[in-house]
Design a protein around this ligand. Structure first.
Ligand SMILES: [Zn+2]
Length: 502
């Protein structure tokens, strides 16, 4: 019996034991794999978000909606990874996902610019109503460029300008041409264009329009309304201050710009009490440190007078053409002294790393300065130590996906550097930068782009949306109110989106 048993063990038992070891080995491997997967997820920017059952249900549905969209695009052989935003804009607008994003509360828009807000179609139709509005229809001169808009008093119209309304009435196709001159499109991803030169021309064409006080008031009201319509409750503008004027009074002080904007916000709050606005005083990277010193004094003066409206300071313009952030060291070291003099803090909100080059080292300064949020930060991923510091200092990167593609920094949106930052735990928010110049309104297009190309889920969306309030310049009391509103809106959105999607 014993022998028989022994034989049995010999014949069958050992092979069995061997199989068992294989299973153990396999499961040990699998366990390690699962742990590694979990450890990777724990490093992501949205690791602390717990979804409710309703949010998880919506997540499953959105995953399917995106899958269906992508497989349909593939069936129709639409090259969505090699197309520009402009090329696939109609496809976005007709997609069921876009309808979902239009109803999603976005929280705040933390990165946009004065002059890039209200849609250019609206600009043309509103400007032509002023009989004192003119358009420059001759070849570029030193002073004016073709398609530039401006207001003039009768009898003081410079040569080359004609009445905008008369020109549009006499030549109806001019509206389309003018719209093309005011917006920038990256039509073909592979064709060459000097995007920054063209981009800046768009601003030049309206820079005489915006300081005209009656138009200025209309412009911002419209800009804010477009954002509210797209479920944006809070806006922070990189604001380049220019004295307002009208023909009766002449020029107004910079304070008038702020008080006029405050009045517009008050007006908007009658129907949308949650709406809030902050301004980031912005100057230019192509100026010298002496000019920036003067700009900082103006910024401090304004902030002292309007501490709840002016939140900080930034330097804008093409980083490849302008001076490095480092070259303004003297200005940054003087900030403390200025804070003492004026009795207010001036946090920085610098554009840094809007570049694909490792020779642009602007992101290095970010972790050395009191710089709460970073505009773009595209090349941050090439500076691992700085990336680590930005993460540990809990600074936020303001990402503007469509802007980055239009200006030529990213082509295939799947390869956007923000994906690397998000998975490495860098906090980000989604922004539109200059939507009117890129020919769209609101923030839904950017969220659509991020969701589709970066394979986001509801957890990531929720974190991005709430980051835009948590990292805003709102004070603690304002933030609490804004978060309450956003929470209610978010839960309402989850419920409605769940019942709209089968
Ligand atoms: Zn910007």
């Amino acid at each position: 019996m014993m022998r028989k048993y022994f034989t049995y063990v010999l014949l069958c038992g050992f092979p069995l034991l061997g199989a068992q070891t294989k299973v153990d080995e396999q499961s040990a491997y699998q366990q390690k794999w699962t742990l590694l997967e979990r450890e990777n997820a724990a490093m992501a920017f949205d690791a602390n978000i717990q979804l409710s059952d309703a949010e998880l249900a919506l997540d499953k549905k959105l995953f399917q909606v995106r899958r269906k969209f992508l497989s349909e695009a593939e069936q129709q052989k639409i090259p969505i990874y090699n197309s520009s935003f402009n090329q696939i804009k109609p496809l976005i607008e007709n997609s069921p996902l876009f309808k979902v994003f239009q109803t999603m509360p976005k929280g705040g828009l933390l990165h946009t610019h004065s002059g890039g807000l209200a849609s250019m179609k609206w600009v043309i139709s509103a400007a032509r109503k002023y009989k004192e509005c003119y358009v420059f229809v001759q070849k570029d001169t030193k002073e004016f460029i073709y398609g530039q808009l401006a207001f003039f008093e009768t009898g003081k119209v410079p040569q080359g300008f004609v009445s905008l309304d008369k020109k549009l009435s006499a030549q109806p196709d001019f509206e389309k041409e003018l719209l093309g001159l005011l917006t920038l499109k990256r039509d073909n991803l592979s064709s060459y264009n000097n995007y920054w030169i063209e981009f800046e021309k768009r601003f030049t064409r309206i820079n005489l329009l915006l300081p005209y006080r009656p138009f200025f008031k209309e412009y911002y009201k419209e800009g804010f309304q477009e954002l509210l319509d797209d479920k944006v409750q809070h806006v922070e503008i990189r604001y380049v201050f220019d004295e307002l004027y009208d023909f009766k009074h002449g020029k107004y002080s910079l304070e008038t710009t702020v008080t006029d904007l405050q009045d517009i916000v008050k007006e908007i709050r009658k129907s949308d009490p949650q709406f809030s606005l902050k301004l980031i005083y912005s100057s230019f990277k192509f100026l010298d440190p002496e000019s920036i010193e003067k700009q900082l004094e103006i910024a401090f003066t304004l902030k002292k007078k309007f501490p709840d409206m002016i939140s900080g300071f930034d330097l804008v313009a093409d980083e490849a053409a302008g001076h490095s952030i480092n070259s303004f060291q003297k200005n940054w070291t003087k900030l403390k002294e200025l804070s003492g003099k004026y009795g207010v803090q001036m946090p920085l909100f610098l554009h840094a790393g809007e570049s694909t080059s490792v020779f642009n080292k602007n992101v290095l300064d970010i972790s050395l300065l009191d710089n709460k949020r970073i505009g773009h930060g595209l090349n941050l991923i090439y500076f691992p130590k700085s990336m680590e510091m930005v993460k540990s200092q809990n600074k936020l990167v303001e990402v503007s996906p469509i802007s980055n593609q239009v200006l030529g920094y990213v082509s295939d949106m799947r390869n956007h550097p923000a994906r690397v930052m998000l998975s490495n735990g860098i906090q980000c928010s989604i922004n539109s930068d200059d939507p009117s110049v890129y020919g769209y309104e609101g923030l839904s297009y950017d969220f659509w782009t991020a969701f589709v190309y970066w394979e986001l889920d509801v957890k990531a969306l929720k974190k991005l949306v709430f980051n835009s309030i948590n990292y805003s310049s709102l004070n603690e009391k304002e933030k609490e109110k804004a978060l309450n509103h956003l929470n209610t809106q978010w839960n309402d959105f989850i419920q409605k989106a769940n019942s709209n999607l089968k």
